[in-house]
Design a protein around this ligand. Sequence first.
Ligand code: GLN
Length: 539
Amino acid sequence: MSKFIFITGGVVSSLGKGLAAAALGAILQSRGYTVRLRKLDPYLNIDPGTMSPFQHGEVYVTDDGTETDLDLGHYERFTGVATRRTDSVTTGKIYSSVLTKERQGDYLGATVQVVPHIIDEIKSFILSHTDNADFVICEIGGTVGDIESLPFLEAIRQLRNDLGTEKTLFTHVTLLPYIATAGEIKTKPTQHSVKELLSVGIQPDILLCRSSCTIPEDARKKLGLFCNVKPERVIEAADLKTIYEAPIVYHQNGLDTAVCEHFKLQASAPDLSRWHRIIDHIHNPDGQVTIAIVGKYVQLLDAYKSLRESLIHAGIANKVKVNLTWIDSDNLELLEESLIGVNGILVPGGFGERGSEGKIRAIQYAREKNIPYFGICFGMQLAVIEACRHLLHISDASTTEFGEACTPVVGLITEWLDADKLSKREASQNMGGTMRLGGYECLLTPDSKAHQIYQTTIIQERHRHRYEVNMTYREALEKVGLYIVGVSPDKALPEIIERRDHPWFIAVQFHPELKSKPFEPHPLFVSYIKAAIQQERLI
Ligand code: GLN
């Protein structure tokens, strides 16, 4: 049976629990163990799919088409283990499933209550679909002390009783603030947070302490004493230059040793060479390139989390530093000025009309000035609209996403194959979970640029979109140099477009950024950054 490591957070939110969970997963793998990571989120939405990126950052999509929290992206990027529907749950999903059972009469006349029914549902989520991995690392979203997280804490408290210390471990991630006027790190908020945990019956086994500097020995001793944790299990997690240092630094600070000791495991020493190589490339680049990302959510960096990381991975692969400039597509006046001198332009996924004219202008600029262009999802749809407007002279070319369009070059997908079943949707349907979601195969045209980059003619990539480029424009588009070189296996849906008269102009209907890892960078990003390096040499 798997061993369960529960990660809770205290003091403040945004402490990087997800990253800590992911890094711990990576270190355990490097010691030869198998891992599975999952996230329990306390909010009432069934999934984050309907939430604005301003609220919740990026929506991460799994191969099996689940819209999940962005922490699942960290899990995949650090461990390479593909996450799935059974690795992400919310309070909303738990209640929805309990209420469905109640309507079906599954509770045989019982009064349905938080304890035991909701708690049991959470426990069964944690215990199922573990694949018998050596470790299942479960991150509890939110901060200890929040009303919403109480049922999750109760569930993991009960699991400690059900499974025993030898199968469960509690890691609490906290903050040790540095107070400049006192010149000291403060332990009190952590003491209070542990008290809060104790009040719901959970004694942490390990404290992972975030801080802006090194934790002095006396602070570590004090925390050990007041929080009932052995001082060597008070692990320092000071701020890092790059997140990819986390597996190495957390190992040096004893995190995995503390885990192995807790479970009484005689584990072999970790082989972290993969991470050392990555760090070496990040810290010692041979050059740099600048990529402009033209989007709507540029103020909120979490909205494009996977995209940022994929560009960093491609930088590692090419041994260059990738500088990102975020350009607000709403600001039309300054747009072209801010694109001067960049080595690549990228229009990422997006929704809605606002800012779309700026994106179309940026695409036109990249096409005319021969600047490498990478379009992702919305960035592909708008690239087709740009070509229709400026090369085919269809001045009202648009997408039905913006309302009824006279010439809908991009329209609502009403039918697609979902796990070999035909999915149909009406414009009036619910918003949640009605997109074409998850991994789909795509066939590439032999000898296209995309084929040369992927080195194969069948690929599988993850999707999240409602609209699709209308295939009836294919011939006309190809006459003006924009080729559809990737299609769905039934040839109904276009997936990749490219120009052959341009140094690098490729746009895709899917989200390649969801599959890139630092140790396995995505080939499209690697090739794009390579083209940007050539561009940099031309300037
Ligand atoms: N808004 C577009 C659609 O729904 C693109 C979505 C995206 O970029 N993820 O099809």
